[in-house]
Design a protein around this ligand. Structure first.
Ligand SMILES: Cc1cc2nc3c(=O)[nH]c(=O)nc-3n(C[C@H](O)[C@H](O)[C@H](O)COP(=O)(O)OP(=O)(O)OC[C@H]3O[C@@H](n4cnc5c(N)ncnc54)[C@H](O)[C@@H]3O)c2cc1C
Length: 380
């Protein structure tokens, strides 16, 4: 993909932009937060998004999807980032679809993909078990029990876990904690499943996550997604897609925070001048502008690699996630500071952008994790 969008992609960007500005502006997240909404997102708006084809962007047309592909989803996520919209785009459209596409049997694909595209099912990936991203540190076990498997363990930071119809649980069928071998992915139905407990967690960004505990949860062998012991072959590319998707969302978020700050610099006067006329602030704004340009190239390259199924997806996913995690911290800090004292208040959106940026920076690996992974992939 080039730096210039095609006509179809431009149209998608305009549609998405208009949708998020009108239907899910930042005020919507405030409302969900303030009324302590149990779902943390609006089901009716999600249905509208599905009707626009947003839920099926990665689902093949033969399964009822719109098949816009990863670049199309990146465009939508970027626009969602501009309004910090709370939707199951990451959990279901990106992670859920990618996992089922990569590991699903014919029956699983037939059962799940059309339902995702129609906005009728929500999925969540239950992988993390500690305070920091570490996808091989899996102690949750799955032991064979006749024709079934029994799952026991606990998961944290399960994005959209409390609203999911189906969890994709990463469990260990063999090997030791920290092995990438010996992992298996299971589809676990969240309704009426004995031994499964899901508790919503309220995070700094007011978005959706949950803790999950599994006590001898029994699932049939047909619930295995991908191969027994070979879950890493599905999990790693799914996580890379997630890392690139979060980076695309962060791109929209930092662009919006920057745009709003520029408006403020031109409006706010001090010593009889707009504060944007002061060189000290202009230099800082110019630095952010340059950083945004670099970020945009990195995200586009990662999305293109995903779309073209290139073999440099893992390193570009880490490059994008490391860069965007760092840039989003720097840019949201700068934007808040340039707003002066009011930036700290809840009335201004900039603080909400900062909070979402911090959580997104930790999601699927922070800058340190990804710098290390990038170096490792390059043979250092
Ligand atoms: C996806 C995700 C989302 C999260 N969202 C939230 C959230 O919304 N709210 C929330 O409260 N928590 C959240 N967390 C959890 C949070 O990131 C961790 O719990 C928290 O960072 C742990 O803090 P800590 O002080 O124990 O350790 P760390 O964050 O690991 O370290 C704290 C500081 O100590 C330094 N340090 C660490 N080790 C050493 C060392 N050996 N020598 C010198 N310096 C060291 C670090 O560089 C850092 O500056 C989230 C985590 C994830 C993975």
């Amino acid at each position: 993909m080039g730096l210039v969008l095609t006509e179809e992609q431009t149209l998608l960007k305009e549609t998405a932009s208009q949708f998020f500005q009108e239907k899910l502006p930042v005020a919507n997240l405030r409302k969900l937060r303030d009324e302590k909404n149990a779902d943390g997102f609006e089901r009716s708006t999600w249905k509208e998004m599905a009707d626009l084809g947003f839920a099926g962007v990665l689902v093949p047309e033969s399964y009822g999807g719109t098949e816009f592909g990863p670049v199309g989803l990146g465009i939508i996520l970027e626009q969602a980032g501009r309004t910090i919209a709370s939707t199951p785009l990451l959990s279901t459209v990106l992670l859920g679809t990618t996992a089922v596409q990569l590991g699903g049997s014919q029956t699983q694909r037939q059962d799940i993909l059309p339902a995702i595209a129609a906005g009728e099912t929500i999925m969540a990936l239950a992988v993390e078990e500690g305070p920091h991203h570490n996808p091989t540190q899996i102690a949750t076990t799955a032991t064979a029990d006749g024709d079934n498997f029994k799952l026991s363990g606990s998961k944290t930071f399960v994005i959209d876990g409390h609203i999911a119809d189906t969890l994709i649980v990463v469990a260990r069928t063999s090997g030791e904690v920290n092995d990438s071998n010996g992992l298996t992915l299971f589809l676990v139905n969240t309704s009426g499943t004995d031994g499964l407990e899901i508790t919503r967690t309220i995070m700094a960004d007011s978005r959706n996550a949950a803790n999950v505990t599994l006590k001898d949860v029994s699932v049939p062998a047909s619930a295995v997604l991908g191969g027994v012991d070979g879950g890493w072959d599905v999990l790693e590319p799914v996580l890379d897609a997630g890392r690139i998707g979060v980076s695309a969302e962060l791109m929209g978020l930092i662009q919006e925070a920057f745009d709003q700050t520029l408006v403020y610099l031109k409006e706010r006067t001090q010593f009889g001048e707009p504060i944007g006329s002061f060189q000290a602030l202009q230099h800082r704004a110019a630095e952010m502008f340059a950083e945004l340009e670099v970020c945009r190239s990195v995200v586009l390259d990662a999305l293109s690699a995903l779309e073209e199924r290139r073999n440099d997806v893992p390193s570009l996913a880490s490059l994008a996630k490391a860069r965007l995690s760092e840039a989003s911290k720097h840019i949201t800090n700068e934007c808040l500071q340039m707003h002066g004292g009011v930036g700290m208040t809840d009335e201004y959106d900039v603080g909400l952008f900062m909070k979402r940026a911090r959580v997104a920076a930790a999601t699927f690996g922070n800058a340190g994790f990804h710098r290390d992974r990038y170096a490792g992939l390059d043979g250092f």
